[in-house]
Design a protein around this ligand. Sequence first.
Ligand code: ADP
Length: 319
Amino acid sequence: MKRIGVLTSGGDAPGMNAAVRAVVRKAASYDMEVYGIKKGYMGLINSDFVRLDSSSVGDIIHRGGTFLRTARCEEFKTEEGQLKALKNLEAFGIEGMVVIGGDGSFRGAIALSRKGVPTIGIPGTIDNDIPFTDYAIGFDTALNTVVEAVNKVRDTATSHERTFVIEVMGREAGHIALYAGLASGAETILVPEIPFNMDDICKKIINGYKRGKLHSIIIVAEGAASGFDIGNKIKEKTGFETRVIVLGHLQRGGTPSAFDRILASQLGGKAVELLKDNIGDKMVGLVNGELLVTDLEKILVTPKPLDMNIYKLAEILSM
Ligand code: ADP
């Protein structure tokens, strides 16, 4: 394979730029050319292609977001949209693709592979809800952003002896809430994977205050409940002053952590190795420190379980 394309799709995640940089420079080491596709699958349909050489990806490894931009594109889900994309790829002589994104983006990657364009998926989502990789690009950075925010909230929570409910992202998954909860020493962590009971939560808060705790931090994954609903229920049941913070999109931005840059570099490099050998329809991930190549189909039908050992540990440590 002599010419490949790369796109970022779906929700952006810090470290996507580092992955594109790795794809471009690894490809250059094989004398392969790379085209960047702007705005995800929309750029494939609109032929929004830009030639990327090694110097054009300089000075981006530390930048959050994605310089290729990202978009959601309904048209690419249709046969007609995919055929338009194929025509454009053919016109540019692009023989293989790298798609950086989440599971929705991987459905598009499967469609491309099936239509004869070998495509490799790289997991890039702060939600970390992709199986067959311990981490997706962006998760570590988002986690650090949440922990930093909770540190600040904790200061004021202690000064005022208040209960704070902090809602974090994660879509239907609780990975951000769980890991951020453990790392920030939250008293309670609510995740969509595990049912919870408001009476138990309130009892824990009341007991904490009785034992002399100066504050209570409750981390709620957006997929588990609305932070405001939880805050209102706590206020109702305990009578404690309760404040609610929804961290929202600030979790998606920021300079990528060293971990995310290294992960992105490894996955980007591996994706190009596979394409060089004409291998497509796979995702590259990192499991137990080793690069792992998995069929994209398998990614879509396998749930990513929450780490129950971490959950139980967080519960014990939050007493
Ligand atoms: P994420 O990749 O973060 O999960 P989305 O679910 O929004 O984000 O998917 C991103 C894009 O991937 C969609 O806007 C669409 O262009 C493409 N896509 C999603 N599902 C399919 C599908 N079934 N077939 C082809 N393309 C798809």
